[in-house]
Design a protein around this ligand. Structure first.
Ligand code: CMX
Length: 137
């Protein structure tokens, strides 16, 4: 049911301060920068071979990313798994006893349908199910 690792989310305090490491040192192509108002984040996507890195900068102290950085510091925040038929995948997860943060898909960066599992249900890793409809594939 999992097609690939769609992207890895990395919490950062500032996109401007962090991006040069990814674009100039690692020389990863920058695919775009976007604000996701519903999630209180500004994100930058970088192509990293067959997957992507998503840098997440909080736009408010109420953002999940701001809280994460305050508690744990900058670093890897989530792993996004590419799926098809996300509603069915959410139902399967729930049948298997997984606690979903999102019981219904919602819209994330790039217009993708996304749903997070609670990290307490998945051995401490925050997994995102991610169904892409558009260009970012
Ligand atoms: N990875 C692993 N564990 C995490 C975590 C993460 N990213 N964020 C929090 N946790 C841990 C906490 O440390 C806590 O563990 P302990 O009790 O052992 O300390 C546990 O999860 C639960 O914490 P909580 O107090 O119940 O909840 P929080 O207020 O810390 O919120 C979470 C955690 C995952 C429920 C919340 O961040 C959330 O709903 N995330 C989904 C949405 C999101 O992350 N949006 C930003 C990205 C948007 C995008 O990609 O577009």
């Amino acid at each position: 049911m999992i097609k690939k690792v769609d992207h890895i989310g990395i919490a950062v305090k500032s996109l401007e301060c962090t991006l040069p490491f990814y674009t100039d040192v690692l020389m990863l192509p920058l695919l775009g920068i976007e604000e996701v108002e519903t999630q209180l984040v500004r994100v930058a996507f970088l192509q990293a071979g067959g997957t992507k890195l998503e840098l997440l900068e909080p736009t408010s102290n109420e953002s999940a990313i701001a809280k994460f950085i305050e508690k744990r510091g900058e670093g890897i925040h989530h792993v996004a798994l590419g799926v098809e038929s996300i509603k069915e995948r959410i139902s399967e997860m729930r049948e298997k006893g997984i606690r979903m943060i999102d019981e219904e898909p919602r819209t994330g960066a790039g217009g993708a349908n996304i749903a997070f599992m609670h990290p307490k249900s998945s051995s401490g890793v925050l997994f995102e199910l991610c169904e892409k409809k558009g260009l970012k594939g």
